[in-house]
Design a protein around this ligand. Structure first.
Ligand SMILES: Cc1cc2nc3c(=O)[nH]c(=O)nc-3n(C[C@H](O)[C@H](O)[C@H](O)COP(=O)(O)O)c2cc1C
Length: 221
């Protein structure tokens, strides 16, 4: 079990090395692939702050997915776009780079929607981002939910706040989301075995949904 945990940690650490300081629109390095169309994964970090535990959780989920599927990965990071996003009341007021990020969310095969808990819910700017996403753009789209909070008391933010929002948008929210509290982190790294296990479980359940699709192949190591 310890070996499994160490392996998870080393994979996440390796991904963090690639992904550290990830900028808006960053893509991760090419992988050793068989011929395949990569799964386009767009992960939204709903924290406007840096450093961000929510971003750490997002990167850990991407690292775990990357072990199982051929990915084309993009992070939409609210810490980099919250101010111009908040100043735009309508879609046509958005700066072109943020418009492109909304378009990426809309065309993703899988969206990871991650947010810190603010006052028992997701932050307002996270909601504003999804207010500007096309009304039907997420219909039928798989969405993996994730959240971080100061304590475990708000773990059900996944079920009572995030899931209803994405259900309204007719997204296919995946059954298992991941919640992490501050105690699950060692500074700005995944710090508890139980969080690492929850990340693994969420991805283990998610990956077969895409691996079985004709256009995606499992990665050949
Ligand atoms: C304005 C504000 C409100 C917060 N409200 C809650 C809350 O209701 N419940 C909770 O568990 N944590 C709450 N927190 C703590 C954050 O959710 C927690 O520190 C989170 O991991 C921060 O994510 P980040 O590091 O990605 O910014 C709040 C933090 C802020 C700044």
């Amino acid at each position: 079990m310890v070996a499994v945990f160490a392996s998870i940690h080393s994979r996440i650490a390796s991904f963090a090395t690639h992904g550290r300081g990830a900028k808006v629109g960053d893509r991760f390095p090419p992988r050793r692939l068989t011929v395949s169309t990569p799964l386009k994964v767009v992960a939204v970090n709903g924290s406007a702050h840096q450093p961000s535990r929510t971003l750490v959780l997002v990167q850990a989920l991407l690292a775990e997915l990357d072990q199982r599927l051929v990915l084309d990965t993009q992070i939409v990071d609210l810490s980099e776009i919250a101010r111009p996003l908040g100043a735009s009341l309508t879609r046509d007021e958005l700066p072109p780079d943020i418009e492109a990020q909304l378009a990426a969310i809309e065309s993703a095969d899988l969206v990871i929607a991650a947010a810190p808990v603010y006052r028992g819910s997701f932050p307002g700017h996270f909601k504003h981002l999804f207010d500007l996403v096309g009304m039907d753009a997420l219909a039928g789209k798989p969405v993996l939910l994730a959240a971080t909070g100061g304590s475990d008391r708000h773990a059900l933010v996944l079920e009572h706040q995030l899931r209803p929002l994405f259900s309204f948008l007719q997204a296919l929210t995946l059954p298992i989301g991941v919640y992490a509290s501050t105690a699950d982190f060692d500074g700005y790294q995944v710090g508890s075995k139980s969080l690492a296990d929850r990340i693994t479980l969420a991805v283990e359940r998610a990956a077969p949904l895409f691996a079985n699709a004709a256009r995606q192949l499992r990665r050949v190591a």
